[in-house]
Design a binder for this molecule. Structure first.
Ligand SMILES: NC(=O)c1ccc[n+]([C@@H]2O[C@H](COP(=O)([O-])OP(=O)(O)OC[C@H]3O[C@@H](n4cnc5c(N)ncnc54)[C@H](OP(=O)(O)O)[C@@H]3O)[C@@H](O)[C@H]2O)c1
Length: 276
């Protein structure tokens, strides 16, 4: 009984960004942000939004290192008052590579307040052509990097580690899409993984959330079946496609002190396509 009373009296840890003034897009002086997948359409927009807000960003790529190198130059030209962004390449399906990346980012920036994963791959195929190997490959491409990055972040000592994880999932992980059964399964797994991580890490001052964007123009959506895409857009009450910047605004909100009581949630950025 005593233990139970003590449990309820215990002061919960308050998740916050240690030593930063990150408030919202437009004001993030000093925040140290690792963007995994910054070579992609959404990751680049996320990195740009944080940098524009005054955050220090570390840009990760997998195969397209030259894209983050170019983005780093662009961001530095826009904000010469900030140290130039560091870049690194890693295949984040590999746990050791994820640990090495986070260590490198910690050394480069003195810590990581926010880690964002904007990583994934998709292949459209109708249900009869999808087998267990396709599902496993999609889990490898979409879930495994998220697990490896979250694990590596959790394992950092609390000093250099701030307290924000934001994973980019997809509305497909919530409502499914025809032709995207493997991708939907993997994105659904990213969402449920993030929810459990959030519950388990809340007491150590870390929040973990997802954004679930609608289809954008570009990025993985370039691979999407045109008919499926048209139906999706026709059913979007705000009659336009999502932009990478729409997604970036959601990410910067979830990384900000304004969201310090928000964890384990999915922020849908879907123009009303998903309303729950
Ligand atoms: N595009 C959309 O309409 C849409 C909608 C909803 C959600 N999303 C989600 O948003 C995220 C970003 O997608 P995007 O559209 O920006 O796609 P994208 O432009 O193709 O970017 C994908 C990113 O993932 C990285 N990546 C792929 N495999 C990796 C691996 N094994 N290890 C580490 N990094 C890896 C890529 O790195 P390299 O390019 O350097 O190889 C790239 O930075 C994904 O999670 C996607 O599911 C996209």
């Amino acid at each position: 009984m005593r233990a139970l009373i003590d449990f309820f009296r215990r002061k919960p840890a308050v998740p916050q960004l240690v030593g930063t003034g990150l408030h919202a897009a437009g004001d993030a002086p000093g925040a140290r942000v690792l963007v995994c997948g910054a070579s992609g359409a959404i990751g680049a927009a996320v990195a740009t939004a944080f940098a524009a807000a005054g955050a220090r960003v570390f840009l990760h790529a997998h195969r397209n290192g030259e894209r983050v190198a170019a983005l780093a130059r662009e961001l530095h030209r826009a904000r010469p008052d900030l140290p130039p962004p560091h870049c690194a390449s890693a295949d984040l399906r590999d746990a050791a590579a994820a640990q090495a990346l986070l260590r490198e980012a910690c050394v480069a920036m003195g810590g990581i307040d926010v880690v964002v994963t904007a990583i994934g791959g998709a292949k459209d195929a109708p249900l009869p052509l999808v087998d267990a190997r396709d599902i496993a490959a999609s889990i490898d491409d979409n879930l495994l990097p998220v697990i490896n990055v979250c694990d590596a972040y959790r394992a950092l000592p609390p000093g250099p580690r701030g307290g924000r994880i934001v994973n980019v999932a997809s509305v497909t992980g919530l409502v499914g899409q025809p032709m995207r059964v493997a991708y939907g399964a993997a994105k659904g797994a990213v969402i449920s993984y993030t929810k459990s991580v959030a519950r388990e890490l809340a007491a150590s001052g870390i929040t973990a959330n997802c954004v679930a964007p609608q289809v954008i123009d570009g990025g993985l959506a370039k691979l999407m079946n045109a008919r499926v895409r048209a139906v999706l857009l026709a059913n979007t009450p705000i009659g336009r496609a999502c932009t990478p910047q729409d997604v970036a605004h959601g990410v910067t909100y979830l990384a900000s002190p304004a969201a310090s009581f928000v964890t384990g949630t999915v922020l849908t950025i879907s123009g009303g396509l998903v309303t729950w």
